[in-house]
Design a protein around this ligand. Sequence first.
Ligand SMILES: C[S@@+](CC[C@H](N)C(=O)[O-])C[C@H]1O[C@@H](n2cnc3c(N)ncnc32)[C@H](O)[C@@H]1O
Length: 265
Amino acid sequence: MRDLTAGTLGYAEPFVGGGAVFFALAQACQGLAQATLNDANPRLIGAYRALQESPEALLATLRALEADYLALPADGRRAFYLAQRKRFNALRGAEVECAALLIFLNRTGFNGLYRENARGDFNVPFGRHANPTICDAPTLMADAAALRGVRLLCGDFARLLDTLTRPSFVYLDPPYKPISATSSFNSYTKRPFDDAEQCRLAAFCRELDRRGHRFLLSNSDPGDGFFDRLYAGFRIERVRARRSVNANPAKRGPIDELLISNQGT
Ligand SMILES: C[S@@+](CC[C@H](N)C(=O)[O-])C[C@H]1O[C@@H](n2cnc3c(N)ncnc32)[C@H](O)[C@@H]1O
């Protein structure tokens, strides 16, 4: 932890998504001195940029969306959601507006999911939340503070490698390998993250290790030895983890996940 706070050890995430680990660590360390966050989703990275550079403007836009939405009766909210989804898919540039819409859709859409169709359009259905908190100002301002000084990159994970100019701790949370035919949600973006991508990622981790970085990767445990073969020679732990995103609520319980690292190998 001290190395991360002092910046002698860099911190990087090639698949930052919602940034659960980054934000928890930044809070625990009261800021990470040398952090790089990357994701292939340009709207997501745009939202982090807007939060980093213009938090007040973002909050004002989000508050206006929240007020318009909450003023509507239940049946009007669905139509409003679909209209904002259409506007979001048509927007180009306009980082603050796009960021506000991304948060709005995340708070009012089904299960807080982010999913795109083959054309790259966000296509999550309406969520029917009774009373969603759309503009959580204290959390957003804390997130903006955590993002201060953070380098934000948008692109494929492989591009992160050459940007790491100091020894780093790299946490990787890629789209998971589906553990069954009915649990195949891994289409965050239009390009599927299939077995060939998992192999490309394992080669990336081997290169991180060769260059002296530390890495920790989480993934599902398909139970067929796929990852044991792919990451042979590294430390592989099996842990029980809570799965909160599943179309079937009965299947949101704890499941086995893998933690793979080059620590102690
Ligand atoms: C499992 S999510 C990460 C979840 C994140 N740790 C969190 O706390 O929400 C996987 C992320 O990988 C991103 N992604 C998918 N393919 C990618 C690629 N080739 N390179 C970089 N990011 C990618 C998706 O956009 C998504 O945000």
